[in-house]
Structure formats: structure tokens, C-alpha cells
Design a protein around this ligand. Structure first.
Ligand SMILES: [Zn+2]
Length: 217
């Protein structure tokens, strides 16, 4: 776990999220909730923010109304939490919360390296498992831009999904989004039409050529 100083909060959050997302580190992956408690200024130091596991807290009881689709909550009062804190020279550092440290010490685990062990639930072991959690799915910037372009060109969501999936395979990148994520973001209005697909791909190629020309200049 990155416990060293970082120049900005954004840099630290990027490093922490990358660490938490990596199932090859310390036995599993999970999602960090950022900004869940807001900032708390200290007199002697900079601002602090508590980051929690996304399974912290408990499920709120819902009304007695009968729901057609029962939703399940993944929350299980997980105690994993760390403070991120601004030091006097402006750099930002992460440190385990007191409760999490106590749990680590109770288990005889050295701070830092095995910080995953304070979770009270299983961690995700591979991309397939991670993708079952909506909060852990995302579109990378190039995927977002491509999907937007193709959706504007009228391509159907299944076609956009298969186009992006094949691009991910070509680039040897993980597919961290589902077809439903694309539906949620770009709507269900598009219809499958081969002509539209070709038109969309032409638009994409033109767009990429224009961008590479700009980069070249
Ligand atoms: Zn947890």
C-alpha cells in the first residue's frame, strides 16, 4: 500500500485506487470510497479526509413496499479505512485509521504491507469478479471518447460494446465495463444497422487522424 508522501491529493488517490484495484497485491482487490466523510481541517496540520472501503457501513432498512426487483446491498460494516492528510509542506500522505490499526495490531500484522487483511469480506480475485461490482467498473478515457463518438454516429450499444471489446483485446487491456454500463450512459435509442456501424467507424478514423495531425503539429 502506498504510504509515502505524494505531491498532491490527486496523485495520492490515483496511487491508492490503482493499488486497491490490483488483485495481485496482498490477496485481492476492492473499491475505496473517496470523499465519503468530507474534509476536516486541523489547527496544526492541513486538511484530512477519511477514505473507507465501499463495503463499510450497513444497509439502510427500506420501506415495507413490495418491490418487483429486490436489490441486495454489499455493505457489511467493513472497518477498512485510512486517513489522507496534508503535511506542513503541502505534500499528502495516507495513514491507517486508529480502528484499522488496532485491528491490524490485534492480528499481529505489520502496518502497511498487509493492510488488506482488515477487511471482513472476501476481496475480488480477478477482473470477472471485479466487474460484478458496479462501482469497480469504468470506461477509460479513450473508451469513453470512442463510445461517445460511435453513439453520436448512431451505432447501437451492442455494436459499440463489441467494437470496444475487440479494441481492448488488440491493445491487451482489460474490459472493465459491461454492455449495461454503455446503455446507462448512452441510452437505448440506437438501432442496429450495419451502414451506421461503418459510418461510425469512418467518423472514428477521421477523428483519430485529426487528433494525430494536431499532435504532430
Ligand atoms: Zn472492505
Amino acid at each position: 500500500m502506498p504510504l509515502e508522501y505524494f505531491p498532491t491529493e490527486k496523485d495520492l488517490l490515483t496511487a491508492l485506487n490503482a493499488w486497491a484495484d490490483d488483485e495481485s497485491r496482498d490477496g485481492g482487490a476492492f473499491k475505496i470510497l473517496t470523499g465519503s466523510s468530507g474534509t476536516r481541517p486541523l489547527k496544526s496540520k492541513g486538511t484530512r479526509r477519511l477514505l473507507c472501503c465501499d463495503r463499510s457501513g450497513t444497509r439502510k432498512p427500506r420501506s415495507a413496499t413490495i418491490r418487483l426487483r429486490q436489490r441486495t446491498s454489499k455493505k457489511c460494516a467493513c472497518k477498512w479505512a485510512i486517513w489522507i492528510e496534508e503535511s506542513c509542506d503541502g505534500r499528502v500522505v495516507a495513514e491507517p485509521s486508529v480502528a484499522a490499526l488496532k485491528e491490524l495490531n490485534d492480528k499481529g500484522v505489520p502496518n502497511g504491507e498487509s493492510f488488506h487483511l482488515v477487511h471482513n469480506h472476501d476481496l475480488y480475485q480477478n477482473t470477472l469478479e471485479k466487474n460484478t461490482n458496479h462501482a469497480m467498473r469504468y470506461l477509460a478515457q479513450w473508451q469513453q471518447e470512442t463510445a461517445e463518438l460511435l453513439a453520436n454516429a448512431g451505432l447501437s450499444i451492442p455494436n459499440i460494446f463489441s467494437f470496444l471489446s475487440s479494441k481492448c483485446k488488440e491493445r491487451n487491456e482489460e474490459i472493465r465495463f459491461s454492455q449495461d454500463d454503455l446503455y446507462n450512459q448512452f441510452g437505448r435509442g440506437s438501432q442496429t444497422k450495419t451502414a451506421q456501424m461503418y459510418y461510425g467507424i469512418c467518423m472514428l478514423v477521421t477523428h483519430q487522424m485529426r487528433r494525430s495531425r494536431l499532435n504532430f503539429i
